[in-house]
Design a protein. Structure first.
Length: 476
């Protein structure tokens, strides 16, 4: 569809028309200012402002020192706590919330849980055993974590779908104890959908707290409530949640720091401008700081998408928030051709990437840096957010260059088990001795040699004390 088929959008009540900022990659080759603007996008990062980190560190110190009292006081100051001050909901209360779910909501949650579980089941790592040389075997043993904490955004925008995305892979992995933390609303009550989803999944406890203090409760535990610290914390959240996760990373594991949600559409003139516009607006709905970018090499198509965005905004109830998000963080990137567009996408490494181009699958095959790809016009981002079974906890801020979606692997670890026989150690003896000597670590060499000595229990009554330099067994 061409730009001519899309008339100008109607004027907004203020008479203003949203204009998406444009970045011309052709100009970036010769204009330092444009090149600098492009490079800032590539280096945006997911780590919060240092001032946020500093304040998060102070709150965490309070929680470490004062426990539940500090969590309550910070809930009172920043929001997220129950009006009665209770911090932990037990399984029986969560089961009651489950039973109170509306039938259509429960059916939707059941299907989402089933789909996420089916996809997660394909991700369970295998334990492997490898013989390096005869007598030397290494086992790489998959071991689920003993406990995890799942942070789920709540308050004014509770996300039961994020509870599903963080808890189900933990269950598939075989995690022993699963604790969810999520803030209450402004009315001082936990969100019934969050509590109901937690009941459906039979989590061990729900901590009603938000932000930094919630992460502190998961990392340090709440002994007064019988809640021990977890081994890893996962889940999306605000800059405060991200800062807190980074601060506790030295004591517990974390999945990854996550900045504002971000989306990108790679499209050409074969795409429907209205669908592309809807995908950009979907991303803007995540929040006023969520980037939404269109990458194309057709200026006329870009104009058509911008016009479609304006038409659709008029009909949406959260128009003011959407317009602010798109005005501040929406962008059209004009590339000279498909190759340059793909290069830009890979350098930017978006969290969500929708691909709507004529040469579809060959293009998808060249896209290596994105948290989650949505291929073709029938794959909206919202399908992945709720129902396909793919995980929607994804790397942001360019971390998709090195990290992937939350998965079963994040809920376990590999333990190396090394089995060595006398013959196996003999085969390694010269190598160990040479390298230990080169590094000046004589005790390392001695730990090998003592095993072949005349008084070693491993050789007593069996073989001679010395071993030839070739590390071959002496004749019987």
């Amino acid at each position: 569809m061409t730009a001519a088929a899309n008339p100008a959008p109607p004027a907004s009540p203020t008479g203003a028309r949203l204009r998406l900022r444009r970045l011309d990659l052709v100009s970036a080759a010769t204009d330092p200012a444009t090149a600098a603007e492009r490079d800032v996008l590539f280096r945006r990062g997911a780590v919060p402002d240092p001032a946020v980190r500093e304040r998060a560190r102070a709150v965490l110190a309070e929680v470490r020192r004062d426990g539940a009292a500090a969590v309550r006081s910070n809930n009172e100051q920043f929001g997220g706590g129950r009006s009665d001050g209770r911090l932990v909901l037990e399984p029986a209360e969560l089961a009651a919330a489950r039973d109170a779910l509306a039938p259509d909501v429960r059916r939707a949650l059941d299907q989402a849980i089933d789909h996420v579980r089916r996809f997660a089941a394909t991700q369970v790592p295998a334990t492997t055993r490898t013989e390096i040389v005869p007598g030397v075997e290494i086992e790489r043993r998959w071991t689920p974590l003993a406990s995890v904490g799942c942070y789920v955004p709540g308050g004014s925008a509770p996300l039961p779908s994020s509870l599903v995305m963080t808890v189900v892979p933990a269950q598939v992995a075989g995690v022993g104890r699963i604790v969810v933390a999520s803030p209450a609303g402004s009315d001082g009550r936990e969100d019934p959908l969050i509590a109901g989803a937690a009941g459906l999944l039979e989590v061990d406890a729900l901590v009603v707290a938000g932000g930094v203090q919630a992460i502190g409760a998961l990392a340090f535990g709440l002994p007064e409530s019988g809640l021990g610290p977890v081994d890893r914390i996962v889940g999306p959240g605000s800059a405060w949640v991200t800062a807190a996760k980074l601060e506790v990373a030295g004591e517990v594991g974390i999945d990854l720091p996550a900045g504002p949600s971000e989306g990108m559409v790679l499209a050409d003139a074969s795409a429907d401008p209205s669908i592309v516009a809807a995908d950009l607006i979907t991303q803007a709905e995540h929040g006023p700081d969520s980037p939404a970018l269109l990458v194309t090499w057709d200026p006329g198509f870009a104009d058509a998408v911008e016009a479609a965005v304006n038409r659709q905004l008029v009909t949406l109830p959260r128009r003011a928030i959407l317009e602010r998000s798109l005005a501040e963080h929406g962008r059209i990137v004009l590339a000279p051709d498909l190759d340059a567009a793909i290069a830009f996408v890979n350098d930017y490494a978006p969290e969500h990437l929708s691909v709507e181009v004529e040469d579809l699958e060959p293009t998808v095959a060249r896209l290596r840096n994105a948290g989650s790809l949505f291929v073709g016009p029938w794959a909206p981002e919202s399908a992945g957010d709720y129902a396909t079974g793919a995980n929607h906890v994804l790397p942001t801020g360019g971390l998709a260059r090195s990290s992937g979606a939350l998965a079963v692997e994040n809920y376990g670890k590999f333990v190396q088990v090394q089995r060595v026989t006398r013959d196996g150690l003999a085969a390694l003896r010269a190598t160990i001795g040479t390298l230990a000597g080169a590094e000046g670590l004589e005790a390392h060499r001695a730990a090998v040699e003592i095993r072949f000595g005349p008084n070693s229990a491993s050789t007593r009554g069996s073989t001679p004390a010395s071993t030839p330099a070739r590390d071959e067994e002496p004749p019987a």
